[in-house]
Ligand binder design. Sequence first.
Ligand SMILES: Cc1cc2nc3c(=O)[nH]c(=O)nc-3n(C[C@H](O)[C@H](O)[C@H](O)COP(=O)(O)OP(=O)(O)OC[C@H]3O[C@@H](n4cnc5c(N)ncnc54)[C@H](O)[C@@H]3O)c2cc1C
Length: 522
Amino acid sequence: MNAPPAAARYDCIVIGAGHNGLVCATRLAQAGRKVLVLEAAAQVGGAAVTREFHPGFRVSAGAHLLHLMSAELIREFKLSAHGLRYSGTQLPTTALLPGGGTLAIGAGMQGADAVAYAAYETRMRRFGAALGPVLAGVAPRLGTDRWADKLALLSLGWRIRRLGRKDMRELLRIGGMNVYDLLQEHFSSAVLQGALGLDAVLGSNFGPRSPGSVLTLLYRLAGESAARANGLAQPQGGMGALCDALAAAARAAGVTIRTDAPVARILVANDCASGVALQSGEQFAAGIVISNADPKTTFLQLLGARYLDNGFVRRVNHLRGKGLTAKLHLALAEAPRFAGVAAERIGGRLLIAPSLEHIEHAYNHAKYGEYSIEPVIEITVPTHNDQGLAPAGQHVLSAIVQYAPYALKGGWAGQRQAFSDLCVATLERYAPGIAKSILGCELLTPVDIEAKFRISGGHWHHADLALDQFLMVRPVPGATQHRTPLAGLYLCGAGCHPGGGVMGTAGGNAASQVLKQARAYG
Ligand SMILES: Cc1cc2nc3c(=O)[nH]c(=O)nc-3n(C[C@H](O)[C@H](O)[C@H](O)COP(=O)(O)OP(=O)(O)OC[C@H]3O[C@@H](n4cnc5c(N)ncnc54)[C@H](O)[C@@H]3O)c2cc1C
């Protein structure tokens, strides 16, 4: 009888070709490792992908705005040589008011709020810059004797101290506040408060009054500061074009990428990761396995509780990560006309979040397992800047809608259409006539996001960003700094520090941890 074929052998296997998996794989290959990326889906990119949702109409199906990926990484990976182009950068934000009014956020604002906004923006950006390096690096652990941890903590303290006494005190004061109270202190305009408050709660399990909602705002600002990039941007061809460029960079560095290759199991030998088995039964061997899948999928499905101690399994089970964000895609026969929005701003970001109370009411529903009756919405019309996404003269609308809880009372199957209709009715109030120009409509609830992107809970960040799941305890104690309780198994996705958003930081830092560990063991 013939012996079964030996499993193909690599130095490192990355499970998942989300943008973080691709960044991780490229860095490892650049350091001379033989790397295989196995992606379950037919295309790379994970939740940063461009898909056809109606014949002839394509959209960034998950993330739709690029603002967190560092300019340095984009340069270093030569993404423009690998095909990355932008259809828009420094996109403006416009808040929409019921009844047709608008407020252009930032340049062009007038009156007392303009003065208050300039002061607020300058100060918050300073805070973001002070915290940016914490987001960009591996989160230090507390209470260890390692110099790297001590230095990282010291340098964080130093950066905060360098803000000066007044700003340092202010940062420490607001850090634990909710964004509702913070914005009340600064502004009288309800619509400005709403627009700025939305940034704190997008993708999170927070309303503006939730404790910790300033933290998520600082997270966004720190990420943008660390990125030093193009403001809010759209890659030409959608977010998938960014990931295609990342995949090209990975291949150029020598990475092998296989799509349509769902991993069923992480293999273990002698208490170490030893490779993976695909659902097809095919096996690959490697001393290092790095998972871009979310922590619950990685530990509970791909590895299995039997390799982990009970306390750790309990912590993973308790990790909160049920998404509340839905995505709405419309194929439109003509350009949408938002009342009062100047033509040059239609290609930017349009917000329906007319006050903090409005957002809080929307969130209240989600607390009780209901969808919002008056949802808050972040709208882009990518075809305004990138006609290639739709047939000539026709348009795509891409909207992030909150709140749409994963665990909807009664389930999504019988309520998806009602919520989709409600979202369209909401849009119709701000863009009269839009409903009758709809040729096709797709709503992705967190349950759909879970199924399509293989993110358990369908969560933007793979796991809630909250104080107890942040920094040195993200995702859970025992699996921080990209390491896991199993030797040779690492994490590189949004479930790690710093969290989600199309940033690439978790992927890059995971690779440096793998390489550091390899050096430590010679
Ligand atoms: C609706 C929505 C809107 C968003 N909007 C924005 C935005 O505008 N801007 C922004 O910056 N961020 C946004 N985000 C967040 C951002 O998309 C994610 O945080 C980011 O894409 C996570 O990247 P990742 O590489 O860590 O993981 P993912 O993108 O989730 O990639 C993980 C990959 O692993 C693969 N995988 C999982 N299990 C297996 C397996 N068993 N075998 C093989 N492969 C597997 C998956 O198929 C996937 O390709 C949004 C998220 C959502 C859900």
